[in-house]
Design a protein around this ligand. Structure first.
Ligand code: 5GP
Length: 194
C-alpha cells in the first residue's frame, strides 16, 4: 500500500472526499446535489454483494457482484477499502479512484465508517465528512417512511446506526441533516473550499 500512497501524492491530482452516515440520514440526496452543483466532482461506484433494490441498475447505483467474485477481488488486492455492512460486502475499487484522481477530478465516496477509516489510514489527506441525523428517533422514522427494508433489516440498520454515530468524532466534518438545503450548502462548501 505504501507504493500506492506515494504514487498518489506525487501526481497532480484531484482530492478524495468520503461521505458517511447512518442508513436513512439522507446521504444519497446530499451526494446527488453535490454532484449536480460541482462540475469537477465524480462519484465512485462501489461494488456490493447485496441484491439490487427495485429501480436499481447494475453499473449505476452499484456494481452488483457475487460473493465469490467479491472474495476473489479481495484476494487480488483490488480494493482501496471494503467492509461487511448489514451482512453484505461493499467495497471501492482502487483502480476507479486512482484513474479519476489522476485525471484531476475530485472523487466522492459514499461508504460506511469502517471503510472510511481504512481510506484515512491509506490516504491521510482524504477529507472525511459525516452526515448525522438530528436524533436517532428522526432516523428511525425516515427509515420507516422509506419502506425499502423488512422489519428485521431495519433493526440491523438502526443498531448499526448507533455504532456509526459513536465514531462520528473521527471525521473532519460533521453535517447535521435537519434542514436539507442547509446541509447541501454545507457539503458543497466543504468540497469547494477544502
Ligand atoms: P445500501 O445498501 O443502503 O445502499 O448501503 C448500505 C451501506 O453501505 C451505506 O452505509 C453505504 O454508505 C455503505 N457502502 C456503500 N458502498 C460502500 C463501499 O464501497 N464501501 C463501504 N465500506 N461501504 C459502502
Amino acid at each position: 500500500m505504501k507504493e500506492y500512497e506515494s504514487r498518489y501524492k506525487m501526481s497532480n491530482k484531484g482530492k478524495l472526499f468520503v461521505l458517511s452516515g447512518p442508513s436513512g440520514v439522507g446521504k444519497g440526496t446530499l451526494r446527488e446535489h453535490a454532484l449536480n452543483d460541482l462540475s469537477n466532482l465524480v462519484y465512485s461506484i462501489s461494488c456490493t454483494t447485496r441484491k439490487p433494490r427495485e429501480g436499481e441498475t447494475d453499473g449505476i447505483e452499484y456494481r452488483f457482484i457475487t460473493h465469490e467474485k467479491f472474495e476473489e477481488d479481495i484476494r487480488q488486492n483490488l480494493f482501496l477499502e471494503y467492509a461487511h455492512v448489514h451482512s453484505d460486502y461493499y467495497g471501492t475499487l482502487k483502480a476507479d479512484v486512482e484513474r479519476e484522481l489522476e485525471a484531476g477530478k475530485n472523487v466522492l465516496l459514499e461508504i460506511d465508517v469502517q471503510g472510511a477509516l481504512q481510506v484515512r489510514d491509506k490516504i491521510p489527506e482524504a477529507v472525511l465528512i459525516f452526515v448525522a441525523p438530528p436524533s436517532i428517533e428522526t432516523l428511525e422514522s425516515r427509515l420507516r417512511n422509506r419502506n425499502t427494508e423488512s422489519e428485521e433489516a431495519l433493526r440491523v440498520r438502526l443498531s448499526n446506526a448507533a455504532k456509526e454515530l459513536d465514531l462520528q468524532n473521527e471525521y473532519d466534518y460533521i453535517i447535521v441533516n435537519d434542514d436539507l438545503d442547509k446541509a447541501c450548502e454545507e457539503l458543497r462548501r466543504i468540497i469547494h473550499d477544502d
